[in-house]
Write a protein that binds this ligand. Structure first.
Ligand code: GUN
Length: 287
């Protein structure tokens, strides 16, 4: 029997419904939640992602500030924009869309953001809090994946998870979130040996490679009734695809996410949720 599709659009909508209510509540207290985005250069995929984020904010009643900047901006100029947004009391969340043009430093940029406005959870402060089980603002894609498990009542305790990604945005935060739920997590990457064998043993595979010429997860690589979460999205043969061959995988897995319509909508929904958390924080500390 085919497994259950984990429908990111449906789960994201349930998060958005809650966010919309929370935004109304904040507004009744005189706080107008607001997300500022910074988009640098002319990467068309990044421009689409940022546009979708603005649209989603509008749907749930979160205000936005849109900074579109030429690719020739210097690090010093970018720092100045971030500093201004950090000290602007009408802005609660700041998101710098990644990847940055090569001459800009990703760490210098993301760590410049005030931890209280860090809706990507990328500052050393928020990444450290997560590692110590004290997280307040967590990276959106990882928390979106956890929301999917929660929605379907998937118990992670004692499960063997193979995580194929080690980035600051996906793999590392997910490692901590899964560990908090008592899963046993193996973080794999491009140098991991015997990846196929490891996948075959896994109860849950979370994959975020994003390059079909390097890696495709197929049904013969998974265990019967396992769970497959596909975080990747890339263009391959003129189509938007993830890492996994969803049509084959869903015949064997107990649950799997499609691409598109899986993890992608969750990332946006969790960004909205983080913006509300940041706006509530600002009211608690009077900023
Ligand atoms: N680029 C791809 N995903 C993300 C994300 O979650 N946040 C930011 N800032 N940039 C991204």
């Amino acid at each position: 029997m085919a497994g259950t599709k984990i429908d990111g659009k449906v789960i994201a909508q349930s998060v958005k419904d809650r966010v919309k209510k929370a935004a109304e509540e904040l507004k009744s207290q005189g706080i107008n939640p607001c997300l500022a985005t910074i988009l640098i250069g002319d990467n068309p995929a990044s421009a689409t992602y940022v546009r979708n984020k603005h649209k989603a904010c509008e749907e749930v009643g979160i205000a936005t500030k849109d900074h579109k900047i030429g690719a020739d901006i210097t690090q010093i100029e970018l720092n100045k924009i971030i500093d201004e947004l950090n000290s602007d009391p009408s802005v609660h969340g700041i998101l710098v869309q990644l990847p940055l043009p090569d001459h800009l430093d990703e760490f210098a940029t993301t760590s410049r953001i005030s931890p209280l406005k860090d809706v990507d959870g990328l500052t050393p402060h928020n990444a450290g809090l997560l590692a110590m089980k004290k997280a307040i603002l967590v990276a959106c894609t990882p928390s979106g994946v956890m929301e999917m498990f929660e929605y379907h009542g998937i118990d992670l305790e004692g499960k063997n998870v193979v995580l194929i990604n080690r980035s600051n945005l996906v793999g590392k935060p997910l490692y901590h979130l899964l560990l908090e739920k008592n899963a046993t997590v193996m973080t794999c990457h491009s140098k991991t040996k015997n990846l196929k064998e490891l996948c075959k043993e896994a109860d849950i595979i979370i994959t975020a490679v994003g390059d079909r010429t390097k890696f495709t997860l197929t049904a013969d690589m998974i265990k019967e009734d396992s769970i497959v979460i596909d975080v990747a999205i890339s263009r391959f043969n003129e189509k938007l695809v993830g890492d996994a061959d969803y049509e084959g995988i869903i015949q064997k897995a107990s649950f799997a996410t499609p691409v598109p319509g899986g993890v992608g909508p969750m990332t946006v929904a969790m960004l909205l949720k983080n913006t509300i958390t940041a706006a509530s924080l600002s009211s608690q500390i009077g900023r």
